[in-house]
Design a protein around this ligand. Structure first.
Ligand code: CA
Length: 363
């Protein structure tokens, strides 16, 4: 037995030597990449960090599709860097990727706002049309080129909710002096209508609302808001998500690191991110429909849209705030014009397709 199997083992050894000789040729194709990805959201956050289409799911899909050639270690907010330092960390190359929303970076470049959400903007279907096929992703990369980064969509919450109000909002005047947690561009719009805008991290919203430090708060949607317990602190839940009609999650990548990836690994990242974009939005639809039913049936929540006059006032102020931003920065104008031109066409198409179906056919 020993003697008869020996020649075969020698054969294996020979093949091994031959393989070793060809290592320089195969090296680039066989390299393993170990990357780090940070998030603006804490470890365990549903949708962002855990569950289908989340940051950890994205890393898992990339690892599996690449057969372990691209391994991405995922860090929640505060584990490696603070929540909102992803932009600087990816730019410096401290980490290769960050998973968050581009509107956190409007202080670096205002145009980043358009790749997350614009008040009165596109819905999930529309924003995907603009991003994937309407020049959106190309513009996103143009905006980040001076920073040495590339980006792509990797998730979406769908339409968010206007938020939780202790008192009913009947007129625009009811907004005056109201203390509300609302970040970003929407906060600017509310401020111009007299709202006293407060910016609080997710974890501080519930205690502030419960104690009356704030009178109103916006977070995400039924599932995420219920998880924070916001329905226990206020009962008026306004549904019309004028401020975030389809909030895009961003996969931000260091451009030099990206350039080092072989084409097939780049394709895997792009396809995994696109899969997570759809899968995460699907997850939101399921969980939000269940949570909304529970909030209304079992938690005494009154869900309704904002009055038309309030929506009209918010729309007017949004137009003014965006016009000011466009006047200040040429890149913002370029992105704004592309987004709005796409939206004008999409809105006309949507009227006779999706909206017509919902209003006239679905029942
Ligand atoms: Ca939000």
């Amino acid at each position: 037995m020993t003697t008869s199997s020996f020649p075969a083992r020698r054969g294996v050894l020979k093949a091994g030597i031959a393989g070793a000789l060809s290592v320089p040729v195969l090296a680039s194709a066989q390299s393993t990449f170990n990357w780090k990805m940070t998030s603006a959201y804490p470890k365990g956050s549903p949708f962002y960090m855990d569950g289908p289409g989340s940051a950890t799911d994205l890393a898992k899909r990339i690892r599996e599709m690449s057969g372990g050639k691209l391994n991405i270690q995922v860090f929640g907010a505060g584990e490696l860097i603070p929540a909102f330092e992803g932009f600087d960390a990816v730019r410096a190359g401290t980490v290769e990727m960050n998973h968050a929303n581009s509107y956190f970076w409007t202080g670096k470049t205002f145009a980043a706002q358009y790749f997350t959400a614009v008040p009165f903007g596109l819905n999930f279907q529309g924003v995907n049309g603009w991003l994937y096929d309407g020049g959106g992703i190309e513009l996103w990369n143009e905006v980040y080129a001076p920073f040495g980064m590339v980006a792509m969509p990797c998730g979406n919450t769908g339409v968010q909710m206007t938020g939780w109000f202790k008192k009913e909002i009947k007129t625009v005047a009811d907004l005056k002096g109201l203390k509300m947690r609302i970040p970003g561009l929407a906060g600017k719009v509310y401020a111009s209508l007299g709202v006293d805008v407060k910016v609080l991290p997710g974890g501080e919203i519930f205690p502030a609302l419960e104690r009356g430090v704030i009178d109103a708060a916006e977070f995400v949607g039924p599932f995420q808001d219920r998880r924070l317990g916001l329905h226990k602190a206020a009962k008026n839940y306004y549904t019309t998500g004028w401020h975030e009609s389809a909030t895009v999650s961003e996969l931000l990548i260091n451009k030099a690191a990206w350039a080092k990836l072989p084409k097939e690994l780049q394709a895997i990242v792009e396809n995994a991110a696109a899969a997570c974009n759809v899968i995460s939005e699907g997850w939101c639809q399921k969980h939000n429909s269940e949570a909304m039913e529970d909030l209304i049936k079992n938690q005494g929540v009154i869900a309704r849209p904002l009055p038309d006059a309030v929506i009209a006032a918010l729309r007017t102020e949004t137009t003014k705030v965006l016009a000011e931003a466009v006047a200040k920065d040429a890149m913002t104008k370029k992105v704004h014009d592309s987004y709005m031109a796409f939206k004008a066409k999409y809105d006309r198409w949507s009227e006779v397709s999706e909206e017509a179906y919902h209003l006239k056919v679905r029942g």
